[in-house]
Design a protein around this ligand. Sequence first.
Ligand code: UDP
Ligand code: MG
Length: 311
Amino acid sequence: MKCISILIPTYNEEVSLPFLYEALISLMDNYTNYNWEILFINDGSTDSTLEIIKKLRTNDDRINYVNLSRNFGKESAMLAGFDYVTGDCAIIMDADLQHPPTVIPQMITYWEEGYEDVYAKRNSRGKESILRKKLSLIYYNLLQKSTRINVLQNVGDFRLLDRRCINALKQLRETQRYTKGLYCWIGYKKKEVIFNQANRTKGKSSFNLWSLLNLAIEGITSFTTAPLRMATIMGFLVSITAFLYLCYIIIKTIFVGEPVQGYPTLITVILFMGGVQLISLGIIGEYIGRIFNETKNRPVYIAESYNETKL
Ligand code: UDP
Ligand code: MG
């Protein structure tokens, strides 16, 4: 019998977990022709999430959990999940019930038809601010234009991955992770299902605008060096303009003469050049930072225990 794993990264989700479990139970009871595993990754929660998971496990041996030694962030937690998941496929979903389990049967059907990466695309983003929606649109357009990898908009981590995809993802152990891009990078046969994103039922989102901005920069810098190219082109453009302006000034001084003037022009040019240089330095620094972090070659996460076994 095939085994389906449900992989759930959890960080301070004590209020959502009971509801999530209930929803999953009714799903699993409808599909008894599969073995099921629910793998929770406890990402260093500070509330009673871990205790709740442990309690659920005492009554239901389909539940496994990995406890990370601290909060490593969702991206790292998901890699831990890929490492410990045992099923023939894994369905990644959020703990907050924003990913409706009702979509899962459709995913399984497609998986049985031979698709290896069935991703859920939301057709509405639930209750989110207009600013967040707009920014996300701009961002995806930018990412689309600057990379050769097709990172899909409105597609998150809610998806079914075949064992082959999981094994592929396990090999990608970069520390600064942008998993959404990695799904596209590994390839394999993909299929889309549409779902309506629900609002977060309980608790509050742990991603604010700042962490989303950081994730966005992560996405761009881990998949493209286009910003470096842009800095170069910008440098060229500014230099050429400056050179032409220089010629103009020399000629003008020779033929017309030049009373001492031009303080505003000078300042403007200096400030402009300074700005361009700072931006370019920042961009270079961004990439050097990534090199720095990757060369340390640290593990992406530290697992403290798998079920009752201390690691
Ligand atoms: N999550 C995690 N580690 C973190 C932050 C979040 O494992 O550091 C989990 C969280 O428990 C949830 C999922 O990632 O299951 C998505 O988090 P959230 O709902 O806060 O994000 P949003 O839906 O706003 O993108
Ligand atoms: Mg959420």
